[in-house]
Design a protein around this ligand. Structure first.
Ligand SMILES: Nc1ncnc2c1ncn2[C@@H]1O[C@H](COP(=O)(O)OP(=O)(O)OP(=O)(O)O)[C@@H](O)[C@H]1O
Ligand SMILES: [Mg+2]
Length: 387
């Protein structure tokens, strides 16, 4: 009987490959804070879409829970305020370790009101007056909320509170500023707070946070790289091995070359090859399965590519067209400028916005590359230039 598909395109992977360094770095902080030491600056992982930021934060959560942390998980939403969601995230995190905020923290309800407004998602109530957003009262209340939540976990014999902030490039600036100010103030308190803050977002995250509060410059930002060959292989082999299914060397090599170290594509091609092979225990996924699966996977990718293309401005599309026309993996900036018939200096703004959107990335020595393999071909197709 065919085994269930173990790959997770667009979901948390069954096996997180190649992130040992990042997890070790996170574990050092978790252990230090659990031992009563300082947390240091918040650590945020930045990378284009699909590189595995959320998956890494989820693994950090898995590390933290058995160490006695309560985990508050806050996915930021584009253009939306964060504080009401912060309150709910902290409540859920406490609840998960059997702490009922209202009974454990006498001031909880009043903090909840001060921080989260009405605590309701009624859309009219999200609209706050500007001066209200950064009022010192809300910073203090946010500070109180995080301080008392983390200390309560510690007081109950746990380690502290881990706050995971995902999609940090996105939230509305006003309340993000309140949160950043509160975190900054907590870090400077004489008594240590057992609070660890991890973040993740697109490459525009540092700029976004810094425009919400300048001291966000002093956060630590770590770029999440693509997976190397060994990690790519493990991302494919390990989930299959759980079901006693093997990859042939040729099948694996092909899948690796399609995905090019890009975690989302590894899951996508893995899942597609599996669906073609329908392997039972003891069977093997071979090159023809991978090849046929890749055809199916590409249809899904085209939708993703088209979404990115449609979301680009006319200027960005011209830039992408010039890059795709170069027909090489790493394109010098000067080549793009020449194709557009403008000086190199005048493309820097468009280049920056495409990098911030995670569509292209710097490739060293003034070169640029597409973050998603296959995107260049797609651009050539939609623009009818070769391809
Ligand atoms: N280290 C890894 N090993 C194996 N698969 C991974 C790894 N990291 C991520 N993936 C897979 O890649 C895909 C994208 O992962 P994830 O959603 O974590 O990326 P992301 O950077 O948060 O993307 P986005 O910016 O769109 O939120 C998922 O299908 C996930 O299963
Ligand atoms: Mg994510």
């Amino acid at each position: 009987m065919a085994e269930p598909n173990p790959y997770a395109p667009g979901d948390i992977p069954r096996f997180l490959a190649g992130r040992d360094n990042e997890l070790a770095r996170i574990e050092v902080v978790l252990d230090r804070v659990a031992d009563g030491g300082p947390a240091g600056a918040p650590l945020a992982f930045v990378a284009p879409r699909g590189l595995g930021k959320t998956s890494l934060l989820r693994s950090a959560e898995d590390l933290a829970l058995p160490k006695g942390y309560a985990v508050a998980w806050l996915p930021c939403v584009k253009g939306q305020p964060v504080l009401a969601d912060l309150v709910s995230a902290v409540e859920r995190g406490l609840d998960q370790v059997d702490i009922t905020p209202g009974t454990a923290l006498p001031r909880w309800e009043s903090l909840r009101l001060e921080v989260g407004g009405h605590g309701l998602r009624a859309s009219s109530e999200w609209v706050r007056r500007k001066e209200d957003e950064t009022s010192p009262g809300r910073v203090l209340a946010t500070q109180d909320l995080l301080r008392s939540a983390s200390r309560t976990v510690r007081g109950r014999g746990g380690a502290g509170l881990l706050l995971c902030l995902d999609e940090l490039h996105a939230p509305a600036l006003g309340e993000t500023g309140v949160l950043l100010n509160a975190l900054q103030a907590l870090a400077h308190e004489r008594d240590l707070n057992p609070l660890v803050v991890l973040g993740a977002g697109l490459p525009s995250t540092p700029g976004h946070l810094t425009s919400a509060a300048t001291f966000a410059e002093r956060w630590e930002y770590a770029e999440l790289p693509a997976l190397d060959a060994g990690a790519s292989a493990r991302a494919l082999v390990e989930p299959a091995a759980d079901a006693e299914v093997r990859w042939s060397a040729a099948g694996l090599g092909l899948a690796e070359s399609y995905a090019n170290g890009y975690p989302y594509l590894l899951q996508l091609v893995g899942a597609a090859a599996w669906d073609v092979a329908q392997p039972s225990r003891g069977e093997e996924i071979r090159a023809p399965h991978t090849e046929e699966g890749w055809q199916v996977a590409q249809a899904r990718l085209r939708t993703l590519f088209q979404g990115r293309w449609d979301a680009a401005t006319a200027g960005e599309q011209a830039f992408l067209t010039a890059m795709a026309a170069a027909g090489v993996p790493s394109v010098p900036r000067a080549t793009v400028a020449a194709a557009l018939g403008v000086p190199t200096s005048s493309i820097s703004q468009t280049r920056a916005s495409l990098i911030n959107k995670g569509i292209i990335a710097r490739a060293g020595h003034g070169q640029l590359e597409f973050t998603l393999p296959g995107f260049a071909e797609h651009v050539r197709e939609v623009t009818g230039e070769g391809g």
